[in-house]
Design a protein around this ligand. Structure first.
Ligand SMILES: Cc1cc2nc3c(=O)[nH]c(=O)nc-3n(C[C@H](O)[C@H](O)[C@H](O)COP(=O)(O)O)c2cc1C
Length: 206
């Protein structure tokens, strides 16, 4: 039974708390030197560090614990179906019992998604050619979270690649009007709506 609070909110027990964060595609190196690709959305930036939250039972987490190089690729909203093709796949064999029903092993995630690997410059895993923003990074600290079920990887970004169509011409700035992340909102995919305004710190006011 839901509890109605004084503010007329209801107290609920949702099974997930994924309140709408951008999707990234993580490219990491497998033990045999091949590359894994996995969608995730528990990712955010702290200066030049991207903090990544990953299930400890997944291949991506296993890879980052041993091989810190990572390419962090940001798909655009229209690429959601390629992302979803990766959703039931793991690069881990055998598939751990803790993975959701229907999850199966796939060694060629780029092929399964229909995405093209593009060599990175500073790290070993390839970038996703179709993604408009790509970060080459190194996971310099990988720790277990408080539950023990997830790892938190702090990836220091060494190089940023951007599609020129989303860069303000002649500058180093991403054009927020030209770029939209793909948002994972309680397991549904969205793009951004129209701009509402900008921060007082924006370098790209329009
Ligand atoms: C849009 C989307 C977002 C996801 N976000 C995360 C996440 O933030 N962390 C995570 O561990 N798994 C996340 N997953 C689930 C992983 O992609 C899934 O567990 C996958 O099997 C991991 O692959 P791997 O075992 O090869 O690393 C997400 C899946 C989708 C489709």
């Amino acid at each position: 039974m839901n509890t109605v609070t004084a503010e007329s909110h209801v107290t609920i027990q949702p099974s997930i708390l994924y309140f709408g964060t951008p999707v990234v595609l993580l490219s990491t190196e497998n033990p045999d030197g091949t590359f894994n690709l996995a969608p995730m959305s528990s990712a955010w930036a702290l200066g030049n560090v991207i903090v990544l939250g990953l299930g400890a039972d997944g291949q991506s987490a296993q890879n980052l614990m041993s091989r810190p190089d990572v390419a962090i690729n940001l798909p655009a909203p229209h690429q959601w179906e390629a992302v979803e093709r990766l959703a039931p796949l793991t690069g881990r064999h055998p598939v751990p019992a803790s993975k959701p029903a229907g999850c199966h092993y796939e060694p060629d995630k780029f092929g399964a998604a229909g995405l093209r690997p593009e060599p990175s410059e500073a790290v070993r895993p390839p970038r996703v050619a179709e993604c408009p923003i790509q970060f080459e990074a190194r996971a310099e600290r990988v720790t277990l979270d408080v539950s023990g079920s997830f790892v938190i990887a702090e990836a220091v970004v060494e190089r940023v690649h951007a599609d020129p169509r989303i860069v303000v011409p002649g500058t180093q700035y991403v054009d927020p009007g030209a770029w939209s992340p793909l948002i994972y909102n309680f397991r549904h995919y969205f793009g951004l709506g129209a701009e509402l305004g900008h921060s007082y710190r924006s370098q790209t006011p329009r």
